[in-house]
Design a protein around this ligand. Structure first.
Ligand SMILES: Cc1cc2nc3c(=O)[nH]c(=O)nc-3n(C[C@H](O)[C@H](O)[C@H](O)COP(=O)(O)O)c2cc1C
Length: 332
């Protein structure tokens, strides 16, 4: 029988128990892209409270990658020093830190180049911006930026990186037929839609080496039926990543287009927990990489039960570890 409070290996990353803080971005995390002391202290407090692994909120990897000006930016001067301080503070309190590296694609709002966000295909973004189909040069640049960001996190002492490939941001947009209407080798069947994900992963591996922990957060389903990413295609992508040596896969769902497709939902007291448990369980039966389940876990009983239903290695949570005042704002 698996216990919550026992060590577990996520590929090459050993953590002291099965509780993870899933990626959580807040509007107090940084100023002009540089991590603020408040984020360092908050992360240290989670580590002190025995959260085994803290996954940072999404951090931008390069130009046009950020969905908000309060997203930390790995590619600017002054970022590295504060990331080093954050790693140190988490380590001193007995925790581990993984940085979520992200490109927000059509949802980018900080545009350093051109007038339009970048996307797999021309689309009006959820925020109402006209996103433009990326050229192959832009795709190559984003892949290179993922690699550089990962290497920088490794150099700062972070315990790993997590590719953000969920919730309708750039990599998730490429996987999703809803966003990806391309007719070149980056669009069409899942082998093509997933090409950028594999190329980004391979670039990261090339720069950080075989033994550095690299994870991914991915949608099991976009929750919009066949218009979006479906479980069988997501499973295929995860199987390929598992074969390539990914250290762990965090399974979420939802393209975040509407309330019904939101990946982050309030759980009323006594209500059912684990919005995406079934997908994580199914996936964990299909692949050898460790699976992390996220979405709506609130009680010790439920977490322990899910850990023992199948092959799920760890449980990640966001809302229970966040400032309730901020969450109330966020839910409006
Ligand atoms: C305030 C807030 C910020 C979030 N930021 C991110 C993020 O930066 N990257 C990400 O992958 N998910 C993000 N999420 C989603 C969570 O990581 C998680 O997948 C989701 O909230 C479901 O888990 P929970 O029910 O334990 O909150 C965020 C959620 C919240 C509430």
């Amino acid at each position: 029988m698996k216990k919550i409070f026992e060590p577990v290996s996520l590929g090459n990353l050993e953590i002291k128990n099965r509780i993870i803080r899933s990626a959580t971005l807040t509007n107090k995390d940084c100023a002009d892209g540089v991590i603020l002391p408040n984020l360092i202290e908050g992360s240290a407090a989670l580590a002190k409270g025995n959260v085994a692994l803290i996954i940072t909120g999404m951090f931008g990897i390069g130009v046009n990658s950020c969905a908000a000006d309060f997203m930390p930016r790995t590619y600017i001067d002054g970022f590295f020093e504060n990331l080093c301080a954050m790693v140190k503070a988490v380590h001193e309190n007995g925790g581990k830190l993984v940085v979520q590296i992200s490109h927000c694609g059509a949802n980018a709002m900080v545009l350093e180049e051109g007038e339009n966000p970048w996307a797999p295909s021309d689309i009006l973004s959820v925020m109402g911006f006209e996103a433009k189909e990326m050229t192959k040069e832009q795709i190559a640049r984003v892949i290179a930026d993922f690699g550089k960001a990962a290497k920088l996190c490794k150099d700062a002492g972070a315990d790993g990186v997590q590719l953000h490939c969920a919730h309708g941001y750039l990599l998730s947009q490429f996987l999703s037929p809803y966003y990806n209407k391309r007719s070149d080798e980056y669009g069409g069947g899942i082998e093509n839609r997933a090409r950028i994900v594999f190329e980004a992963y391979d670039e990261i591996r090339k720069l950080v080496g075989e033994s550095y922990p690299v994870m991914i957060k991915i949608n099991y389903s976009d929750l919009i039926g066949e218009e979006g990413l479906m479980p069988e295609d997501s499973t295929w992508v995860c199987r390929e990543l598992s074969a390539r040596g990914i250290d762990a896969i965090e399974v979420s769902s939802g393209l975040a287009l509407t309330k019904e497709t939101r990946p982050s939902l309030k759980v009323e007291e006594g209500a059912a927990e684990g919005h995406f448990t079934q997908g994580a369980l199914r996936l964990s039966a299909e692949i050898s990489a460790p699976v992390i389940s996220v979405g709506g876990y609130r009680t010790r009983e439920q977490i322990e039960a899910v850990l023992n239903m199948g092959n799920i290695a760890a449980i990640a949570m966001s809302r229970p570890f966040a400032n309730p005042l901020y969450i109330a704002e966020w839910d409006k």
